[in-house]
Write a protein that binds this ligand. Structure first.
Ligand code: PGA
Length: 251
């Protein structure tokens, strides 16, 4: 059985003070909720403070990105080792906003995921099709490309330990979530590909999250799909009560 997994992606929201206040409230709100993995991904600036504020709780901290080099003349970038030292345990890579706004390619996603894993961070690798791709009937092709390129060189045992997030780009921040059937179909496809390309251990161990306009009132139906292991939540993770309600309704 895969442990349900809920991650909040705060994007470019929350100062250190706001992140700490969130943590204090959220840790209380989810006290006694067990059997789930809970992760918060703040901006880089709040990682250390949030790791301190959640220490001893079941809440872990993720970065929203990572660079693959260890150190050097790479202005603006942060290495996996630096993130570990700051208190992160997970690293989101390949979010569609990174791909669309900052040019992250599948090859970069692969290098970032590899660097994260080598440093001891669990990669949360985001994949998903645009509206145009869905309407052109290319959804599965896009997912296949993102999985093969993004996870190139990973062993089955490594894939078993990482997290994938299926986030249809047209559902992110739009209020238009995929129907449970659309999510279920994509997740079943991803699971089948994991089995085919990385083996049974990978297919059975890898948590595959759904992301895109997840709310407290739609998470239960999404989780009703057998291959949806949890959620990567943007907007609705910014308020501790709302994110805690998603965790409770979706676990
Ligand atoms: P959203 O974002 O929940 O606000 O749609 C999801 C994400 O971008 O991870």
């Amino acid at each position: 059985m895969r442990t349900p997994f809920f991650a909040g992606n705060w994007k470019m929201f929350k100062t250190v003070a706001e992140a700490t206040a969130f943590a204090n409230a959220f840790v209380e709100d989810v006290r006694g909720v067990d059997g789930v993995d809970l992760v918060l991904a703040p901006p880089f600036t709040a990682i250390h403070a949030l790791a301190g504020a959640t220490q001893g709780s079941r809440v872990a901290v993720a970065s929203q990105d990572v660079y693959w080099e260890k150190e050097g003349a790479f202005t603006g970038e942060v290495s996996a080792g630096m993130l570990v030292e700051a208190g992160a345990r997970y690293a989101i890579v390949g979010h569609s906003e990174r791909r669309r706004l900052f040019g992250d390619s599948d090859a970069w996603v692969n290098r970032k995921a590899r660097a994260a894993m080598s440093a001891g961070l669990v990669p949360i690798v985001c994949i998903g099709e645009t509206l145009e791709e869905r309407e052109a009937g290319q959804t599965f092709d896009v997912l296949d490309r993102q999985i093969t390129a993004g996870l190139d060189g990973f062993a089955g045992s490594e894939v078993a330990g990482l997290v994938l997030a299926y986030e249809p780009v047209w559902a992110i921040g739009t209020g238009r979530n995929a129907t449970p059937e659309q999510a279920g179909e994509a997740h079943a496809h991803i699971r089948q590909r994991l089995r085919q390309w990385f083996g049974a251990e990978a297919a059975e161990g890898c948590r595959v999250l759904y992301g895109g306009s997840v709310k407290a009132d739609n998470i239960a139906a999404l989780r009703g799909q057998p291959d949806v292991d949890g959620a990567l939540v943007g907007g609705a993770s910014l308020d501790p009560k709302s994110f805690a309600a998603i965790v409770r309704n979706g676990r």
